[in-house]
Design a protein around this ligand. Sequence first.
Ligand code: SDX
Length: 435
Amino acid sequence: MAENQNPPSFTLTNNQTGEAVELPVLDGTTGPSVIDIRALYSGTKHFSFDPGYGMTGACKSSLTYIDGELGQLMHGGYSIDELAEKSDFLEVAFLLLNGELPTKTEKEEFDHAITHHTMVHEQLNTFFRGFRRDAHPMAILCGVTGALSAFYHDSTDINDPFQRMVASRRLIAKMPTLAAMAFKYSLGQPFNYPRNNLSYSENFLQMCFGVPTEDYVVDPVLADAMDKILILHADHEQNASTSTVRLAGSSGANPFACIAAGIAALWGPAHGGANEAVLNMLSEIGDRSRIPEYIKKPRDKDDPFRLFGFGHRVYKNFDPRAKVMRQSCHDVLNKLGIKDEPLLDLAMELEDIALKDEYFIEKKLYPNVDFYSGIILKAMGFPTSMFTVLFAVARTVGWVSQWKEMIEDPQQRIGRPRQLYTGPAERKYVDISAR
Ligand code: SDX
């Protein structure tokens, strides 16, 4: 193909010296092109400045694409709506790991492999005993996941493709088991072993809600809802926790340590911790008569209050996952025969009022994935402290896939942002006697 004689670029000119540097433009498959600023320092002796990286492309990725203006999300080119309706979580995991939907044979092999990696080393049971019973399940999950590298030394060599594959499958397979163990430990109930005759989501539910005193019968409604929730939370471009996993992985840290770092980042209430915060906020609001008071609070710049479950760094339209989640919420509550869930009524009223409020319209604040998920999870019997744990179970697939993509990128280097220094200029040390 003839080389483009006039490739797109931007010329940056210093308006005092007239010096200019040409910065090439890189095009992707869809969405905004990027300005390649790797020559910026050599050409200008200046760094770029973008606190929070809101305008910075940190990598090339083919896994997920979000259109924040249109409110679209796709994995490997497939829209989240289609995947949530027609796929299942392990098929989405295969798609994220391999870039294509599996054939029937590939799907059977992958499901079998994940199912047969769900058990954890028996010694991990003892590891849990070191936590207080009232420890937050996210604290336990973060600690235990980091400890996996002490149990699975044979899959920590990141330069060995086979070990990368084994570690990826171990993490995807064992995260539900660890999450269920954290839940059981907080209840003071015995751990349940995974069952190979159940699907991924069915297995997770039985490990969470099964008890030794009776057979656990999986409710297909709950299993389907759980699988859908996992799909909706699987991956989401370079969000805070995924970027944490990539940065940790860029130093060559083992995959278990990288995923533990992702869990830690996800826990924040501005990120994955929002689903727990939404339920706490709805409980605090308590009654629809108090909604106007809470809708007004964000206007007050001195009030740090934010409406949890609303707003997003990328979506300036409806989060497509929230739409699927809202419908699933109604389906699950109806099928469970829960007629009047006051928190759902309150959430629907809050959404309705917020979407008509001029501040929320001006700031383009819409419900995000966390707004409805907590209501479904509460209806399924999970305590609020487990909501972010479930988010971590799902996002492990995205974290592992993004980590794999980074490690396999031949241009991959250690991540090392720069800064604008605003501290004191160089000065001499003063002995304490003279201070
Ligand atoms: C997730 O990145 C991802 O992809 C994350 C995620 C994923 O799948 O990985 O989608 C998962 O983290 C969803 C978000 C869950 N968090 C919450 O629901 C917490 C509440 N939301 C906010 O904290 C906030 O919206 C953030 C953190 C999500 C985004 O913060 P930004 O980037 O600062 O939001 P912004 O720049 O778009 O804000 C614009 C304005 C600001 O006011 P000004 O400074 O312009 O005066 O809107 C205000 C914000 O203060 N604002 C809100 C608000 N969110 C933003 N005001 C009230 N309530 C809110 N929820």
